[in-house]
Design a protein around this ligand. Structure first.
Ligand SMILES: C[S@@+](CC[C@H](N)C(=O)[O-])C[C@H]1O[C@@H](n2cnc3c(N)ncnc32)[C@H](O)[C@@H]1O
Length: 693
């Protein structure tokens, strides 16, 4: 460390020299500033990173060894750094990094996350562009700089704070990824964007892709860190090793992040994120705030993160984790229904097989279309969650099935490979959730004793689109196409017997493909199926309706099976949904509705006048459906059974946790033409009908 007085004096002399040239800009002073910091501190590497320019990043990065410890943002010497736009930008950096050094090379501010600001000036610029030097401030200035470089990184003690910092870094990452997409069409990230457009979401905008990219990285790395057994180390390279080796798409995605040629505009923020994860007791915080309260941290924290990152997005894609009591009630009930109504004594754990005709590419030229059919034996109880999110339902299915192995744990690993993984399927559209589902389900299987490395049948795909994709050879396209094609086989060929889940709910659906439209149009008919509905029917375009329709198609394709979803409850009695109800009545033999109410739009209250709350943080009331179709139908239209559950959220959770499907006192609904409402009380109907016009 050199003598501060001469170092600062030399620095200011340099600034004066540049000032005299008359054409100095903000960048001109940077080497002098770098030199100043290097000479005032010890062991600090000062990086004035040209690769950052053009993106959203502070001008300087300060590192100790490999660890990024602080950042600085510089403005031109004649800029007033107390100006609002300068302060706003500084605030964004403070939110992401905990503190920032802001300077115009003579005034300096250190701003930290507690709102504390240290200000000092070592000179003043007069009207003739001369510097008036404040020598008496030199010592304090040197101390402030040294202190800034030695203070420990942000201390993160709560999930909310961790989510906030992750979200702020994710925002910078998103903005920089977005800038990269415009700047270089040859970059890996641009090629990935084109591949996602080509294969997955045709109208995916650059903004949406940048967002998906940022979320996947930030949250994917978080989950990898949460499961990381080596607490002392973590890096982009290590994260790659924590991902399931059998998922080529994830390996490829995170492999490119760990690569040496990774985009510099993005690499620095990923490194800073890694630092946050390293400096934080991630597992401790998650344990205190979630595990101890029996909440799955990977799931629950995702919602905390998304709320900080982008509330609107969370809503528009319908991202809400499903409460554990709901998931467990649905999974337990499906298990019971398989036993009691389909005669499968092992329920979800059933391993029986059925013959299945499979179409394959022929090479012998015997058929005109070069497709030949072979008969294969496949498992009967094929299970699909078409909106898998973070994998809650499939996770519960695994746990439910594992109960059959108590005392025979040694058989589990073989069973998973032979009889479970071939039957468990999921689809998900968002890469971040998909990544989480793979990580989480992989960890669950391993924790329960599975030691194989078979790939999970969870695919990145749009459930509401059909067809096999042929796409040009783009970056990652091979893996993404494989995802879509495998999903396509499941959608059109595999006899799915159980469709479960919590599909997205969105009045204004983002799913408007031809297939998605067909799925909604199927219900826009008068009961009887001949005449189109004449009234306004946009409520039928809600995503949840399309997913019910998709699930119904799956069971029709198989000829028997169960659909169980939690969705908004509007379709139970809203007059515009009469065609949908009739369609469901035609397909299924029995329909069970557990109405969980909680509609704050209708200001629902319990029949006894007590408070009625939603099981989610949403306004529409919700219900659970069990649609059961047997091979041999007994009636023209299904029998409908109904149960109302009112009360506070926690009371509803308790009821669901204890509810046994077989022992419920169902109300046997006597529906009537032309409304076919799935409840006995018709007085609600009138209100609803009037409201819909
Ligand atoms: C309500 S969330 C499911 C939550 C999940 N059960 C859980 O608890 O994590 C709905 C999920 O469906 C996904 N999704 C939305 N549209 C989709 C589509 N067209 N195809 C596949 N998944 C979709 C969303 O990204 C979201 O993860």
């Amino acid at each position: 460390m050199s003598n501060y007085k001469s170092v600062i004096q030399d620095y200011l002399s340099n600034l004066e020299k540049f000032l005299k040239t008359g054409d100095a800009k903000e960048h001109t002073y940077r080497p002098a500033f770098q030199h100043l910091i290097e000479n005032l501190t010890e062991d600090i590497q000062v990086i004035n990173e040209p690769a950052y320019t053009g993106g959203n990043a502070p001008d300087f990065l300060f590192k100790k060894g490999d660890t990024p410890i602080a950042y600085a943002e510089c403005k031109d010497i004649d800029i007033d750094i107390s100006k609002k736009e300068v302060q706003d930008q500084a605030k964004r950096y403070v939110d992401a990094f905990g503190k920032i050094l802001l300077t115009n090379y003579i005034d300096l501010e250190i701003i930290d996350e507690n709102g504390s600001v240290v200000k000092i000036a070592i000179a003043e610029l007069d009207n003739n562009k001369n510097l008036e030097i404040f020598e008496d401030k030199f010592e304090a200035f040197a101390d402030i700089i040294r202190d800034y470089m030695t203070t420990t990184p942000q201390t993160i003690k709560s999930a909310k704070k961790l989510a906030k910092i992750m979200a702020n870094k994710a925002k910078i990452l998103r903005d920089n990824a977005r800038a990269s997409l415009d700047q270089n069409e040859q970059s890996d990230i641009f090629k990935q964007y084109r591949t996602f457009q080509e294969v997955l979401i045709r109208d995916l905008s650059k903004e949406e892709f940048a967002d998906m990219y940022a979320q996947t990285l930030v949250y994917g790395l978080f989950v990898a860190r949460y499961y990381d057994p080596t607490l002392k180390t973590f890096s982009r390279y290590e994260a790659q090793d924590l991902l399931p080796a059998t998922n080529p798409l994830l390996k490829k995605f995170f492999g490119h992040v760990a690569g040496t040629d990774y985009d510099q505009k993005i690499a620095w923020i990923v490194d800073s994120l890694i630092e946050t994860y390293l400096a934080t007791d991630v597992a401790g915080i998650m344990h205190k705030e979630f595990v101890k309260k029996s909440k799955d941290p990977v799931l629950h924290f995702y919602e905390t993160f998304l709320t900080e990152y982008d509330k609107g997005l969370r809503k528009s894609r319908g991202v809400y984790y499903t409460p554990e009591p709901v998931v467990s009630f649905i999974v337990r009930s499906v298990d019971q229904i398989l036993k009691s109504k389909f005669g499968l004594v092992k329920g979800l754990a059933d391993t029986s097989k059925i013959p299945h005709i499979k179409k394959i590419q022929a090479t012998d030229g015997r058929t005109t279309d070069n497709i030949k059919q072979i008969t294969d034996d496949i498992h009967k109880v094929q299970i699909l969650d078409p909106a898998v999110g973070t994998g809650t339902f499939l996770n519960e299915v695994i746990h439910e099935i594992h109960k059959n192995f108590v005392g025979q744990e040694g058989m589990w690993s073989g069973y998973v490979k032979e009889h479970l993984l071939p039957r468990l399927h999921g689809f998900e559209l968002m890469m971040a959730s998909y990544t989480m589902a793979h990580l989480k389900l992989g960890v669950t299987l391993a924790e329960l004793g599975y030691n194989g490395d078979e790939r999970l049948s969870v695919w990145l795909t749009n459930s509401l689109e059909q067809g096999v994709h042929e796409v040009p050879n783009l970056f990652m396209s091979e893996w993404l196409t494989e995802e879509s094609n495998k999903a396509s086989y499941i959608k059109s060929d595999l006899p799915i017997m159980v469709v479960i889940g919590n599909p997205p709910y969105s009045g204004v659906s983002s799913n408007n493909s031809k297939e998605a439209t067909r799925l909604a149009d199927k219900y826009k008919i008068e009961p009887g199926g001949k005449q189109k509905l004449q009234e306004r029917k946009h409520w039928l375009n809600d995503d949840y309706v399309k997913f019910i329709s998709f699930a119904e198609d799956q069971i029709e394709k198989t000829g028997e099976g169960i659909v169980s979803f939690i969705t908004p409850h509007g379709y139970i009695d809203n007059p515009t949904f009469r065609g949908m109800r009739w369609h469901l009545l035609k397909t299924f033999d029995e329909i069970y509705i557990v109405d969980l109410h909680g509609n704050s739009l209708k200001k629902e209250s319990a029949p006894d006048g007590g408070k009625d709350e939603n099981v989610f943080n949403i306004q529409q009331g919700v219900s659970i459906i069990f649609g059961i179709k047997k091979k041999e139908s007994e009636n023209e239209l299904a029998n409908v059974y109904h149960l109302d559950i009112y009360g506070k959220r926690e009371e509803k959770y308790k009821i669901l946790s204890e509810l046994n499907f077989e022992n419920v006192k169902w109300d046997n609904v006597k529906y009537q033409h032309p409304q076919y409402t799935f409840l006995s009380r018709d007085y609600k109907l009138k209100d609803e009908y009037e409201k819909s016009f």
